[in-house]
Design a protein around this ligand. Sequence first.
Ligand code: FMN
Length: 324
Amino acid sequence: MDIGYTSAHLRTAAVDAVRAPSLHNTQPWRLRLRGGGIEVLADPARRLPATDPSGWGVRIACGAALFNLRIALAVAGIPARVRLRPDPAEPDLLARLVPDVPRRPTPGEQSLHAAIPRRFSNRMPFWPNPVPADARWRLGEAARAEQCWLELLIGVSAVAAFGEIARGAHRVLERDPAYRSERERWLRQEPAPDGVPASAGGPLSEPQDVLPARGFGGRERAPGRDFEPEPLVGVLGSVGNTAVDQVVAGQALQRVLLTATDAGLSVSMLSQPIEVPTAREQLRLSLGRFGTPQMVLRIGYGQPGRPTPRRAVDEVLDLPVVPA
Ligand SMILES: Cc1cc2nc3c(=O)[nH]c(=O)nc-3n(C[C@H](O)[C@H](O)[C@H](O)COP(=O)(O)O)c2cc1C
């Protein structure tokens, strides 16, 4: 096919792309139209230097935005062929999408697309109802479809052992004043187009909690509304841990999150044990899996909630200048 994507295609797909999750809702992406291709770039100005010194979080978020772009373009009837990191001379250029053969979207693509505006991080306690086997299977399939794996921790002792690793990582991070002040800076008490709204932060942590919460929370929890004692914890991992592997993992993350949303499930993310190298290694060894853990998910049935704000699409677009 020799025609390329247009500004109109990019504008429409970008509305979905920016709904992707990102560390502290920093939205560290840019989208560019060049020679009929749509390009996803990391925005280094939006990286968190203390929380994300290596840029791992930026690449996960951009991978998630890339997945949304792929689904949006597929649903528009012009699916993309994707090349990751196409130009070594431009390391911030993470992906380039060019039109593949036009076709009708599949029902699966349509369901994932419909889930994009409904997905949000749910940091509230979930109901104790277990996640049924078929939903667990679908989540694993979603990760596998994107060349990643999702290990669901089975049993109280596996979750307790993970909780110990995660709380240890949380304590390490919390000792760093730069990390704490970064988190404070991105916590929003007033309406804002980025950052984590206090209303989305979940409740205050309590000593009996199995999993550590990032500390966006401010509200006391209602009596009897503790976190589920046996949360379903999933660890998402990739084959390797290069920049490309992290973009691949970001796409898998978003596919798992949208599949969960489509199945009526709620998810919150916890990445403290990914951000602390010794904890990440402990987690990797505890799973006995080949590859690298890239994200941890708490999955269950949650109370309704609301998607968080995003910047206007125009702020992330880089379109060719049309001569007057
Ligand atoms: C790489 C990455 C790491 C994240 N780590 C955490 C975390 O440790 N704790 C948490 O509550 N949310 C975490 N999140 C979720 C973001 O805070 C969330 O995506 C962002 O605030 C936007 O909100 P939304 O997911 O509701 O759209 C993470 C997201 C990404 C992409």
